[in-house]
Design a protein around this ligand. Sequence first.
Ligand code: GSH
Length: 231
Amino acid sequence: MYRLHYWPTPNGHKVTLLLEELGLPYRIVPVNIRLGDQFKPEFLKIAPNNRMPALEDEGDGVHLFESGAILLYLADKHGAFIPSASHGQGRAEVLQWLFWQMAGLGPMMGQASHFRNYAPEKVPYAIERYTNESMRLLAVMDKRLADRAFLAGADYSIADMACYPWAMLGARLLAGDTPMPNVERWVQAIAERPATGRAYAVAERPEVQNVEMTDEQKTALFQQGAGTVRR
Ligand SMILES: N[C@@H](CCC(=O)N[C@@H](CS)C(=O)NCC(=O)O)C(=O)O
């Protein structure tokens, strides 16, 4: 059985998208990041970065954190949504767009969202910088998708699953008047997959509903520093 340490955020959705595509049984272990569950000692044992998602594979006695690593682990283990090492270029296409998401689209959109929605003061420079970079990345995606169905080519892959939860928000919230027809077509195609519907239904479960944060909880979540790391 897989145990997915999860909260319904874009990084959490990536893993439910894959687990649902694979049709694997899994149990959700809620990590309420608004209430500080990510700092609990039992979670830190498997996720020392105090970020979810994290996965436990009870059958094989494996645990790991970082959404990209989890996607790769599951895809390789189940032989799906990434070509094997014997298909050099096909595998490289998936890996490069997976890492592009992990290093670029995710962090930049995360910061854009933070400065636009949560920062205690409006900082126009930060809003503009992260929004512009997110838009640049979405435009790179739009160009990439102009002549292929999915990021790595004709087949849906873990690179698409990594990008989808962020890009669907970006297309909706940031794009404004900038046309992103290829990203929109791709978002629509993924949204229509039955597994996507099941993955996002997990986010509706009562045990993973967001709660209002107190000022103290906001500080604990948004103003972490070296002193936050529990030894
Ligand atoms: N690179 C990490 C990022 C994970 C991440 O940022 N998770 C956020 C929610 S989307 C989190 O757990 N935040 C808790 C905190 O900031 O303490 C991944 O992709 O797994």
